[in-house]
Design a protein around this ligand. Sequence first.
Ligand code: GLU
Length: 511
Amino acid sequence: MPNSNIRVRFAPSPTGPLHIGGVRTALYNYLFAKKTGGTFILRIEDTDQGRYVAGAEDYILKSLKWLGLDPEEGPRIGGEYGPYRQSERKEMYGKYAMQLIENGKAYYAFDTPEELDAKRKEEAAKGNHNFRYDNVTRNEMKNSLTLSDTEVEQLTTNGNKFVIRLKIPVNEAVTFTDLVREEVTFQTNELDDKVLLKADGMPTYHLANIVDDHLMKITHVIRGEEWLPSTGHHILLYRAFGWEGSMPQFAHLPLILKPFGNGKLSKRDGAKFNMPVFPLAWKADSEKDSFLGFREFGFLPEAAINFLAFLGWNPGTEQEMFSLEELCETFSIEKISKSGARFDYDKAKWYNQQYVHATDAATLAKMTRPLVDVKEYEVSDEFLLSYCDLMKDRVVLLNDFLSEGNYFFEGVREYDDKNISKRWNPEIRRSFEALSELINGTADFNANSLETAIKNFINGNNLKMGQIFPLLRIALAGTMKGPDVFRMIELLGKTETVARLKKAMDYFDKI
Ligand code: GLU
């Protein structure tokens, strides 16, 4: 139950997969709600039918779920202020647009797309390439401000098509205090008379967004910087409705910038730098529009959250590791930065590595299981658990669990020939045969007793560690890299170790 009146919403449009910037917006809204004892709401802004993409809403819900950002109100959840999908609220918006017509804050416009186009061309011919329907040009257009009452009456009945536009006042300054950007001023002469209700009776983003924020009693609008230019219109809308007294406060989040160079992070950067810029995989009709997300790259949701939290915010201390719960306690809007946040993928991986290290092997094994199953490796839960425990210090992304130790599952596919030929000789072969027997005879088959037995064997036979261990590793793993060799033997088990030694010796002889 909320214990404050603070209500925030994440209001994505289902026009495609939710990019990482959208996820950060959701996260900051969530954190602010939790920090203040308020309510986090999900609202789907799907009034633009032309841009609707099937599967996008599902994607949004799944992404929030994966990250643990559960809304308290929203589609499929319900709540007192529903429905939470704008397409299901479409009947209401017309009434609000009419309210503005009646109080003179909006007007009907009858210009057809062709007429608007002709006007645009006419202006361009005069050298004005930025035609705008605004508080000057509206006086030259076909609307209820320029036509007689009788004409307007005719044009708004009998199924004639029209739009409703916001009547931007002349020569005013609109000032508000953004919680991130501080004081921001818009000159009304710079603003266009935005369409509020379209010819098909559907509201535009601006109308639906303001009406819903009002009806849903939203107290704080936390959203990306790209919406800052619209805020002048939004404030004028609140004024036009007479809702200024309950207008939410605004906080515009800084841009997320490309890892290198200038400009904001784009979908293309994902492919270019082989990194995820979306939370989950997206399967489109064409290969080139499909991609993998943070989850499929092998990120833990906790790491993705921690990384995203720091993209534009920091607590002002040295602490970098924050669980979602800690973030809920520590987050504050005042510490959001004004300047853009660089998307540093190495930092994202660093976070993941920290979380993998801090996660217990049983949990890691559960997460690794689907990856193992996709490869059709047949391994027991017990094996996977010990494996994750052995390998977790060598892993950055969850997928590394497979690539770093694939020889555990597949056997050795390729040996490090160069290092074999330098070291292998008949004398060493005899030692290896004896070593194999020793391993085969070890009753207490665990890393500790194996270590003692093998080291005693090496010392007792006047051998050097460097003569045995590199080759032993190559025999078991194909490479000299890898985790602790005694734990490796314990995990492979006696039969498999002895079999690998035999196979390796035969191969080594031929090099
Ligand atoms: N539907 C808008 C979007 O897709 C919402 C912007 C806002 O939060 O006001 O981002």
